[in-house]
Design a protein around this ligand. Sequence first.
Ligand code: GAL
Ligand code: ZN
Length: 664
Amino acid sequence: MKLGMHTLTQKRGLLFGGDYNPEQWPEEVWAQDAALMREAGVNLVTVGVFSWARLEPEPGKHDFGWLDRLLDLMAGHDIAVDLATPTASPPPWLGHRWPETLPVDESGTTLWYGARNQFCPSSSVYWERSLDIVTALADRYAGHPALAMWHVGNEYGQFCHCDESAAAFRRWLRERHGDLETLNEAWGTTFWSQGYGDWEEILPPRTAPYIINPGQRLDWRRFCNDQLLAHFRAQRDVLRARTPEVPVTTNFMGFFKPVDAWAWAAEEDVVANDCYPEPGDPLTPARTALTHDLMRGLAEGRPWLLMEQATTAVNWRPHNLPKPPGQFRLESLQALARGADGLCYFQWRASRFGAERFHAAMVPHAGPETRLHAAVRAHGQELRGLSRVAGTEVPARVAMVFGWDSWWALEDRGRPSDRLNADEQLLNYYVPFFERGVAVDVVPPGADLDGYALVVVPNLFLVSDEQAAWLDAYARGGGVLVVGPFSGIVDPRSHVRTGRFPAPLREVLGVSGEEWLPVGGPVRCRWSGGEDGFAAGTWTELLAAEGAEVVAEFADGDLAGHPAITRHRHGDGLAWYVGTMPEQAALGALAERVLADAGVAGELPDLPPGVEAVRRGEVLFVLNHGTRDVRVELPGRADDLLTGAPAEGAITLAPREVAALITT
Ligand code: GAL
Ligand code: ZN
């Protein structure tokens, strides 16, 4: 069987732990840490993420003694180690001796050492030195009883615009386009006299007087992603060759634009994420749930790992709100409910020095005799009682499509409106499903849609011919498809598809348009059934139905009487199109209609506001994100795995409380 989370959880059950940076502490503290970890139920720590300078104080001179002792200590306490390759933060000697390893931004400014992440993904010296330390680490710790997983680098997403990157970009472009003529055509270089006559003339996007060529920018994003992924892969291959039984991961940052997580997930054994929701944002529960659902999608439905979260405040926002008591537990259990088999934190012990000395930890500066650490301990213990959840899946009949290529292509300068963004559209469409307790899988363009009764495409600006055919076939074959505005607009070169839009989806949707009309304020719309209307904003389109039924139309302004939302019978299925950005309540009403079309219902009827319900395996998780007690009606009898108490017909949840119900 393929390596995955099960490789870790089979023996250990759910994972609990965090980043551990022992190099910041004298060895006496390590012994205390190990004892405290045991008491807290910690069974996994990530070690060595930023240890390169300690492991290799001078080029080629290794010092592994301290890490040997640490790994032995962990093994002695039965704590598994997720051992990091230290490549995210090279030692000063690398940049000092080989300045070409330092990244350069668009303006030509070198980014120096003194923080972290100062490497050029295309630097041959950086590649050489990083693979060297990775090889040494793998050789040394292959077979060590503590070694349970490899953590490659940290939060990949770096760019460099230097000359060496330019050369690598040109090689990549040759691969992709073959010859200059094809490249010139792909980038549309007849525009603004940009024709390239020699490969050497081609550069990464650098600070320029005005808007940079969108084809060049899109290819640059693809190249940067590929380059980082190649670096990940090179490390992974070194590790796999030496420890084929140890899974390899790296940590994502949710919907993080620089890296195409779909491409990365396919190359790793375990999908892991770092998640730092904003405590003050009312959309946090839904936004976080969506990110977790993305992770589950990346893991192809299998369990994933929450690698980093904070017990309370982070230190990198301008004003860092703490999490109220009970909040980090609620957030951990939310991740568990949505498919995580490991709940880990940054970091175990709060640093005394360095840039993150005011960042929360599992053991705060005040020590273990604190309410925070008591809560950490209690949480670690309660997870043991939930081990039957490990390995189970979250069944979903709704899929939402999200792709990085299209995101990159959409969000560039020079479009009709900067206010229509791919990730925000996804969240807007997701929220009503979240509020209704309807499970959603996030899937990439081209995914297998078998088993989904409803597929929502909030925005897919860039659509290939194959992807258009894929959506068409889904609806024709009996699915319910929903497509949001400004989808199907460009091809993979980011060239506009001419004709009435969305040209490649016109037939499936039975509607087409001729003008995009961003608006300054709200526009009234009305449902065709004569029910109350709703407001839309930001974006409208001049559409004409071509076989689709008009479900809502614009009610005022220039577009009065023209379609806003349509529904089209296509083959055995239905295809909805939304040519505007309806207010959230209207997206809720829309969700109800399309769910009815698809015959899908939420986990619990009439969920009170602020309450999340999601089923994982045989457990129905109900989470109260609100600040008041709520009563939640249940279909019948249930037993709560967390309290051990039975419930008949309904439960009452205090703020930030969670029920893990076995319903009977
Ligand atoms: C993550 C990072 C950690 C730490 C943490 C602080 O992005 O991987 O090393 O910096 O943020 O929130
Ligand atoms: Zn560079």
